[in-house]
Design a protein around this ligand. Structure first.
Ligand code: RFL
Length: 387
């Protein structure tokens, strides 16, 4: 079997790329280890930033794939004292509220149901052969047996633990990483955000509440790296939320899931090797405080889709050869923003980690967003993803 592009992973990056290629008439096959129902129920990100909205608009797909505009406000709440930051938008559309789950459901509908795209679920044993001066070969198995697909390009969209990056020989990639030394407990609850999305900072640790639909929200609470489910009963969760937000009126609600995310930032460079190109979490991770993981995956795909179309439709490989060099400066810029957000939210609160001196400088950094139009403008650009 032959095709132009094999994409490994049907997450945000893989499905967005496949949809753009299919729309442009380029043959591609997506290989996904989970079943369709599973990929449609994974609940993670909630906001598509303005830059990513503009990409979907260029493809004439924003209204079909994304929900309505997102709140352009953030309640930075320090020990119960609210200050509302307004994200200033100078050019183009605002970000949109759209859970990752909803984006995946819409992409699958568009790609498979409307455009007859080729997505193969529940595949196992994906093996990549990516030799010099040869067409790459991807082998995999499914319920009907083992298969091989020859192609021009392989795109690794299979997340941090996938096979694509792991197939690159030792010594080619550099791994840059930073461990923050604490974790976030992520809890999806049956209670909406009633006012503005909250980034809460307190002497007891940080807490964020972000919208996840009309009836649900996601709380994030700073916790120890060693914490697990046994440390966080639902009762403790709600008590800590009330304490950290200084709001005793918050009532307990159903908790749908709870999991623990160690905070770390990672970049692998370069993001390509021969005819294999990495995108999204396969190439970089950011801590959730910045809400940029999904948006950086979409940024990679914006650049990579144009580069692939240039190579395949116009026989011009320049952009593809420069893919990694083109995207990495943007990735590093947003890594820096993610570190800024994460450090500011943690250091300004509980002084246990870095002490009272850093607590005061982090609070000064937060104040600056409200006192300096220049700082506010830069923060807005990061929130929108446009700088
Ligand atoms: P995905 O979406 O994880 O998709 C990878 C796909 O590859 C499949 N796969 C394989 N398929 C075949 N063979 C193999 N060997 C395979 N190995 C893996 C997987 O089953 C899956 O379908 O990666 P992608 O496309 O790079 O997208 C990245 C985003 O999903 C990720 O960055 C975000 O979810 C990060 N993230 C957030 N990003 C935001 O922009 N805003 C947020 O508010 C936000 N919140 C979050 C998040 C991530 C979280 N997790 C994962 C800890 C909240 C959480 C809790």
């Amino acid at each position: 079997e032959e095709t132009k592009v094999v994409i490994i992973g049907a997450g945000v990056s893989g499905l967005t790329l496949a949809t753009f290629l299919q729309k442009s008439g380029v043959a591609c096959v997506v290989l996904e280890r989970r079943d369709r129902a599973y990929t449609e129920t994974r609940q993670r990100a909630g906001v598509v930033d303005a830059r990513a909205v503009q990409m979907f608009e260029r493809w004439n797909m924003a209204d079909r794939l994304l929900s309505g505009p997102v709140a352009q406000t953030i309640d930075y709440r320090l020990n119960g004292h609210s200050r509302i930051f307004e994200v200033a938008g100078e050019d183009g559309s605002p970000g949109r509220f759209c859970t990752q789950q909803m984006l995946i459901i819409n992409l699958l509908q568009e790609l498979i149901d409307n455009m007859a795209g080729d997505v193969r679920f529940e595949v196992t044993d994906v093996v990549i052969q990516n030799e010099e001066d040869q067409h790459p070969l991807v082998s995999y198995s499914d319920a009907s047996g083992s298969h091989q697909i020859r192609c021009d390009y392989i795109i690794g969209c299979d997340g941090d633990r996938g096979v694509s990056r792991a197939s690159i020989p030792q010594g080619i990639l550099t791994r840059y990483s930073h461990e923050f030394g604490y974790a976030w407990l992520a809890a999806l609850v049956e209670a909406p955000v009633t006012g503005n999305p909250i980034m809460g900072i307190s002497d007891y640790g940080c807490v964020a509440q972000l919208p996840r639909g009309p009836h649900r929200s996601r709380y994030y609470l700073q916790c120890a790296l060693s914490d697990g489910h046994e440390d966080w009963s639902d009762e403790r969760l709600w008590n800590e939320i009330r304490l950290r937000l200084s709001d005793n009126a918050i009532e307990n609600a159903t908790v749908h899931d709870k999991f623990f995310v160690p905070l770390r930032s990672v970049v692998y460079a370069p993001m390509q090797y021969r005819n294999l190109f990495l995108a999204g979490d396969a190439a970089h991770l950011v801590p959730p405080a910045s809400a940029k993981g999904m948006n950086l995956a979409l940024f990679d795909i914006d650049i990579l889709s144009k580069a692939l179309l240039g190579a395949i439709l116009d026989q011009d490989k320049t952009a593809l050869e420069n893919y990694s060099d083109t995207v990495l400066p943007h990735i590093w810029n947003y890594q820096d923003f993610s570190v800024w957000m994460t450090d500011m939210m943690h250091d300004a609160g509980d002084p246990g980690q870095h002490g009272t001196f850093r607590q005061m400088t982090a609070r000064a950094r937060l104040d600056n967003l409200f006192n300096s139009p220049t700082a506010a403008r830069m923060h807005s650009e990061y929130q929108r993803g446009t700088n």
